[in-house]
Structures are given as C-alpha cells and as structure tokens.
Write a protein that binds this ligand. Structure first.
Ligand code: LLP
Length: 421
C-alpha cells in the first residue's frame, strides 16, 4: 500500500497534487511519501515484535539524508556498504552502535573509519578481509565485533544480477567452510565473533529460499556454539520483494516473513537483525516526468519523456517493469494504445517500456513511474550531461526539496583543467 492516489482526477502524493510540485520544482523529479516510508518501516518492526531485534535499513536503496532521518527517527538502524554510506548514516544522526557494515570489498580505510566512529558489527565476507580487519583493529587498539557472512548455496529465484546466495556468486564464505573460518576468527587478536550473517538476494517473491537459508543458519548456530563460539546475533539480510505491477501476485508480507523467522530461528535465543531496503522505500517513491513529444514511428508510437535511463536505470539494467500512469486520471473506459516509452538519451537501451498500454497523452502531460523509490535516485548518473534530478519529500500537505537539481555550471565546475591546457 502506498500514499500516491488519485483525488478529484489528479494523482497526489499524500495531500499534495503532483502538478503543484512539478510547477515549483520542474521535471523530472523523484517524490517520496513520509507516510509510506513510516508504514513500511513499522510493518517490519512490528513483524518482529516481542523478539529482540533491530531493523537496519539497507540505505543503498535510497540514501538521501531526509529519508535516513525519517527512518532513524522511527528507530531504524542502518546497513551500510561503503565509507560514504557510513558517513551519510552518521551525518543523519545514526549512532555507530546502530550501524552494521556489509560489503564484499571493504578497504582498510573504510574499516578504520567504522572502528574509530563506532559500529555495531562488521559483516566479514572473506578470510583476507578477516585478517585485514584484525590488523586494523589491533593497530587502533580496539576489537572489531564481527559476523561472518555465509553463502548458503540457495537459489533465491530472482533476477540473476541481484541473486547473491548461490555458490557461484562472489558473496560470503561457503557455509561448508564456515567452521574453519570461525576458528581462525576466534584466534585473531582484533576480532570478536558476535554472530552469523546471511543475505541471499533481492526482490524475492517467495519465502521458501529464505526459509532454506535460515534453516542452514540455525544448524550452523548449533555447530558453532558447540565449537565454543558465542553466537548471539543473527543478521538475516534483506531481500523481501515488492509488487511492481498491480496485476502481479503479491509477494509475502513482512508479517509472514517475521512469522517464518520466529519458526526457524526463534528457539535459538539470538538477537535478530534484518536489512530491508526495497520494501521500505520502493513503493514510497515515484518518478514524475513530462512528455516532450509523441512521435509516430513505423508501426509504433514513441512516447518521449524528459526522464531517461540515467535517471532510472532499472528497466535498462534488469529489464525491470515499472507501472507508468498519467498524473491526470484518464476518463473511465478511455481507450488505451500501445506505446514505446523512451527517454532522450542517445541509445536504444534508453527505453522504459515497449508496447505499454496507455491512454492517449499529449506534449506537456505528466506521467509517474510507480515503485521507483528503491534503487532509483541512488543509481542515477549524469550521462549526456543531464543533471541529477531533484528529490522531493512529502509529508501530508507539506513538501520540501531534499536534493536540488544542480545547475549546468555546478556540473561543469566539478571538472578541473590541468595547467598545460
Ligand atoms: N543487505 C545486503 C547485504 C544487500 O546486498 C542488499 C541489497 C540488501 C540488504 C537490501 O536488499 P533489499 O531489501 O533492498 O532487496 N539495484 C538492484 C538491487 C540490488 C540489491 C543489492 N543488495 C535493483 O534495482 O533491483
């Protein structure tokens, strides 16, 4: 459920008509709803009610300071994957003890940053990383709290580019080798083992792969405890999917996910961490764009928008589907015709949808891409020297620009000219 609904024939973000924002901010822009963000965070938090837990928002999905502050204010911890994200989380007021540091290639500088600034735990993904972390921590005179990310060799049944839990993926340590790595961790001076970490992929629409992975984690918990390790925390990763189309069968709800976690892991008495990103922010954000031209090609109609692949890469990168709706509600029963929805960037890959059924639209009309809050703005770039598009946060009848569109000069002035030119 989200808070982008038609009212009096106009698409609103909460209580704000989208044309009002477009008039003030210009198009294209991302728009987020505080009410949806809040609702989705609470769904996870409540799903684990009564269990000692922390919901660590995977901020890679959308990392604007205003979004982080909104979630941190509700009690979220953060899952970060780089020094930049760590610094962003701290800047948004998140305490180090509420930050987990994930990622397959943390540098020594990033380790230092987190250990000096404070961190809840570092999720280690390889033996060389474990040794490097021990050295960095010992050098600083501290001990790094860690989990080891295990790769359970489970098929997450999602898009290949976002599946992470199979043995051929680069992530984690094969679960079959975990005992040996934990034994080494226990011997290292700068390391304190606190638990186990697992994350098998993103946009999962079935609980079974999670269940299989968590069962393996439960078994490993018993084995490692018997080996003398104090396994007191389980980081279960993120990955629960969202409905991208209205017709799609809905993925499982956080409450069902929470119930499954209790079933599989409740008896272990561990503190539970989860790292949802997409489900918290995905349907809490839309991308609003304006029609530049309608062009009649040979046998197809091209709807040319002012948003492009550099603003929302998901369709080009993962063949992802985003519902596209007119901001002015079409009359009931209005005829729909197939459109190829494209952006102005100079490649054919700059196509959002082919043959998409849409009511007739004209130059200047506004459209909204739904479910664009996660992996939208954060994955955008300035290809074709197109400025990063603004982000807007709505809260009931208020809205605020939370990231402004840079001017052309600001973009150009980031370049520097060597003295010999
Ligand atoms: N934890 C770890 C260690 C992760 O790698 C990820 C996502 C998450 C949590 C959050 O997963 P979520 O709850 O958002 O599914 N750009 C792609 C998605 C990449 C996901 C990367 N890792 C897309 O647009 O579909």
């Amino acid at each position: 459920m989200d808070h982008f609904l038609y009212r009096d024939g106009v698409l609103h973000a909460e209580d704000v008509p989208l044309p009002e924002i477009a008039a003030e901010v210009g198009t294209p822009f991302y728009c987020y709803s505080t009410a949806t963000l809040t609702r989705h965070f609470r769904l996870f938090d409540e799903a684990l009610d009564g269990v000692d837990h922390l919901v660590c928002y995977a901020m890679k999905a959308a990392s604007n300071q205003a979004i982080l502050r909104t979630l941190a204010g509700l009690g979220a911890g953060m899952d970060v994957v780089s020094g930049g994200e760590y610094t962003r989380a701290r800047a948004a007021g998140v305490a180090g003890e509420r930050i987990v540091f994930s990622g397959v290639g943390k540098t020594r500088d990033e380790m230092r940053l987190a250990l000096e600034g404070g961190v809840r735990q570092i999720n280690v993904e390889s033996e060389p990383e474990l040794r490097a972390l021990s050295e960095v921590a010992a050098h600083l005179g501290v001990v790094a709290p860690i989990t080891i990310r295990v790769n359970p060799d489970v098929d997450a049944k999602t898009h290949a580019k976002i599946a992470t839990g199979k043995s051929e993926n680069k992530f984690g340590i094969p679960i079959s080798r975990a005992r040996g790595v934990y034994a080494e961790a226990a011997r290292l001076p700068g390391i304190e083992v606190v638990g186990i970490d697992v994350h098998i992929g993103s946009q999962l629409t079935d609980l079974e792969p999670f269940r299989l992975a968590y069962r393996k984690v439960a078994e490993l918990t018993g084995t490692l405890r018997a080996d003398g390790h104090d396994i007191r925390r389980l980081d279960l990763g993120g990955g629960l999917g969202i409905p991208y189309t209205r017709s799609n069968e809905a993925p499982p709800l956080p409450v069902e996910y929470g119930a499954m976690i209790r079933e599989e892991l409740g008896h272990l008495g561990c503190e539970i961490e989860i790292e949802p990103g997409r489900l918290i922010v995905g349907n809490a954000g839309i991308l609003v764009s304006r029609v530049i031209y309608l062009k009649h090609g040979e046998g197809r109609d091209f709807l040319i928008l002012d948003a492009a692949m550099n603003d929302l890469i998901r369709p080009a990168m993962y063949d992802a589907h985003h519902d596209i709706v007119p901001v002015i509600e079409p009359a009931p029963g209005a005829t729909q015709v197939p459109h190829d929805v494209v952006g102005p960037v100079c490649e054919s890959g700059d196509t959002f949808a082919r043959g998409r059924m849409l009511p007739s639209l004209a130059e200047g009309d506004l459209v909204a891409f739904r479910s664009a809050g996660a992996y939208g703005a954060v994955m955008s770039g300035e290809y074709n020297t197109r400025p990063l598009i603004p982000e807007v946060l709505v809260n009931e009848r208020d809205f605020a620009v939370i990231r402004a569109r840079p001017t052309f000069d600001e973009m150009i002035n980031r370049d520097t000219i060597p003295e010999w030119l």
